[in-house]
Every structure is written in structure tokens, then in C-alpha cells.
Design a protein around this ligand. Structure first.
Ligand code: SF4
Length: 313
């Protein structure tokens, strides 16, 4: 059976979305372009989000003491070895908030990446409260020539949770940024963390319907992990009972249900993240790679004869 997205896979993968839209696989090369974040420099807060330690999220080839072009060279070498089928690359501005500066500075940093002959575009990770119309208009102009996508750290659809994890923005900030981005024709992606303390399983699942109402093109899931040297690590050490982690089997079951309720045209970039072992303080998923998780979720979809969007309306 061929599904809504035009093939027989039971969920709409971002890799397939890219292939349909750009005719090839698209690989992201991470860069750390030296931006900071309003939740760390005092504009919104100083402590940062309770789960965040950027050293735990950046790939090993990515250091801000290297220029953007050196990071791209190192990243391209690494990725070509690892993903021999990758043909086109976009620079992934991943660390911190990559729209958080004057437009002239943004233009210069993005320009460094776009100058590279093997880079076809940009994927820009940022906070939803950190992007103004002027920047979006500029990115929409760039999108006429390059592949441009914006990824917002939404993390949760619930303000109580956002306060608890010290995000410093609300869910309505996310809705506003998503709408302003999508209405300019820009690819609009979001990140969500599954398993945040204070949310019931039912609330977590309901986010599938909430997100489906928004003009989102892609979604990246992160299972909650306790990362070394974070506020959350301290919270976990002093009060572990407030955390209710997903073990892999329950996570697969949850993801199947989430997908069933998710709008079928929303492409899934990833189901689970991998913090490097030296930063991961809770070892229960140890050894389980994110690509194995995809295989397990696809098997479960098949076993239950179900698919993304089956119960979406
Ligand atoms: S997760 Fe993003 S917004 Fe939060 S502290 Fe880290 S860099 Fe800043």
C-alpha cells in the first residue's frame, strides 16, 4: 500500500521528503557559529534551560574556535566517510540560538557557510522568541536561491512545563514564530522533548493533535535524557521520583500512537536523540542507536497494521 507521502513506508520520513523535494539525500553538517542565547546572557535568564549543556549536543567535529569554513571542511570529511550516499549538504547552525544577533552579523555568518562550494543551503536552529520579521524576510529572500529551513526548539506545548524547565518563552511564542515562518514559505521544523517532568503520558500524546494544527513541515523528537552538568542533573540527583522515564518498549508504543494522530504531511526527522555516553547520566538506553529505534518503530507500525495519520482528522 502506498501512503499519503507517496511510498510504502508507514511514516513520512524527512529523508523521503528531501528526496521528493530536492531529488536527493540531504545531509546536515553542523557548525557552531559563535552565537549565544538570551536564556544565558541575561536577556531572558542566566541559567539556561534546565536540560541544556551544549557540549553534550554538538558533534565532535564542531568547535567554535574553528572558522565556519574549517568546521564545514571537517564535517564534510566526517559525513562523507559515514554516509557515502550523501550528495548534497546544508550547513546546520545548531549550537545555541542562531538568529540571536543583528541582521548584519547573521548575514555575515550565514554567508560564510553559503560561500562553500559544497553547501546548498542552511538549516537554522533557534528559539521561537528569537526571530524577528526582518530576519525572516531576509531568509525568505535567501530561500529563492538556497535550501533554507528553520528549526524551533518548541520542547513542549504546555506553559507549565516551559516554566518548569526554565525555557523563558511560552507556547504562544512558538505558535507565533511557526506561523510567521511558514507564511513566508520557509521550511518550518520543530523539536519536541518527550518525557519532561510534570507532564502526564496523556498530555504528551495530546501534543500530536496540537502540533498537527500548526503549519509545521517537520518534527524532531528527543526522549528526555539527563545530561551532565545541567540544572536537570541536579534536580534528578536530589529528587529522582519526579522523573518518569520512557524505557525503549514504552517509547515505541508511545511513538506509534503519536504518529497515528500526527498530520500525515509532517515529516519526521528523528525519533530519538543520542547524547554522547560521557554526558549521559542515565544509562538505560545505553547502546541503542537512533537508527535502531527507527527500525523498531517501523516494525511495530507493521505489526499493528497502522501508519502516520491513521487517526488524524
Ligand atoms: S536549549 Fe537553547 S535556548 Fe535553552 S539554554 Fe540551551 S541554547 Fe539556550
Amino acid at each position: 500500500m502506498e501512503y499519503y507521502w507517496g511510498n510504502t513506508r508507514r511514516f513520512h520520513s524527512l529523508a523521503d521528503y528531501y528526496k521528493q523535494r530536492y531529488g536527493t539525500r540531504l545531509q546536515k553538517v553542523s557548525v557552531h557559529a559563535g552565537f549565544t542565547c538570551p536564556n544565558r546572557d541575561g536577556t531572558k535568564g542566566t541559567g539556561g534551560c534546565t536540560f541544556c549543556n551544549n557540549r553534550g549536543f554538538n558533534p565532535s567535529y564542531c568547535h567554535d574556535e574553528d572558522s565556519v569554513s574549517t568546521q564545514l571542511e571537517k564535517g564534510l570529511r566526517f559525513l562523507k566517510r559515514r554516509y557515502s550516499r550523501a550528495k548534497r549538504f546544508v550547513a546546520y547552525f545548531q549550537a545555541y540560538s542562531n538568529t540571536y544577533d543583528e541582521l548584519e552579523v547573521l548575514k555575515e555568518r550565514y554567508g560564510q557557510a553559503l560561500k562553500h562550494p559544497e553547501i546548498s543551503g542552511l538549516s537554522i536552529g533557534t528559539r521561537p522568541d528569537c526571530v524577528n520579521d526582518e530576519t525572516l524576510d531576509y531568509l525568505a529572500e535567501l530561500a529563492k536561491k538556497y535550501i533554507i529551513s528553520i528549526e524551533y526548539g518548541v520542547e513542549s506545548c504546555y506553559d507549565d512545563t516551559l516554566i518548569r524547565i526554565n525555557r523563558g518563552h511560552t507556547f504562544s511564542d512558538s505558535v507565533d514564530a511557526i506561523k510567521r515562518t511558514a507564511e513566508r514559505g520557509l521550511h518550518t521544523g520543530i523539536h519536541i522533548i518527550i518525557g519532561l517532568p510534570g507532564e502526564s503520558r496523556k498530555q504528551m500524546l495530546q501534543q500530536s493533535q496540537i502540533i498537527s494544527q500548526l503549519p509545521v513541515h517537520s518534527i524532531k523528537f528527543h526522549q528526555l535524557q539527563i545530561v551532565k552538568d545541567t540544572q536537570m542533573a541536579l534536580e534528578y540527583a536530589s529528587n529522582p521520583d519526579v522523573f518518569d522515564f520512557f524505557e525503549p518498549d514504552e517509547y515505541i508504543d508511545f511513538m506509534v500512537k503519536f504518529l497515528e494522530r500526527l498530520r500525515p504531511d509532517i515529516a519526521v526527522e528523528r525519533f530519538a536523540g543520542e547524547v554522547p555516553p560521557q554526558y549521559n547520566l542515565r544509562k538505560s538506553w545505553q547502546g541503542l542507536r537512533s537508527d535502531q529505534m527507527i527500525i523498531m518503530i517501523e516494525k511495530e507500525l507493521e505489526l499493528r497494521n497502522t501508519w502516520q495519520g491513521k487517526y488524524y482528522n
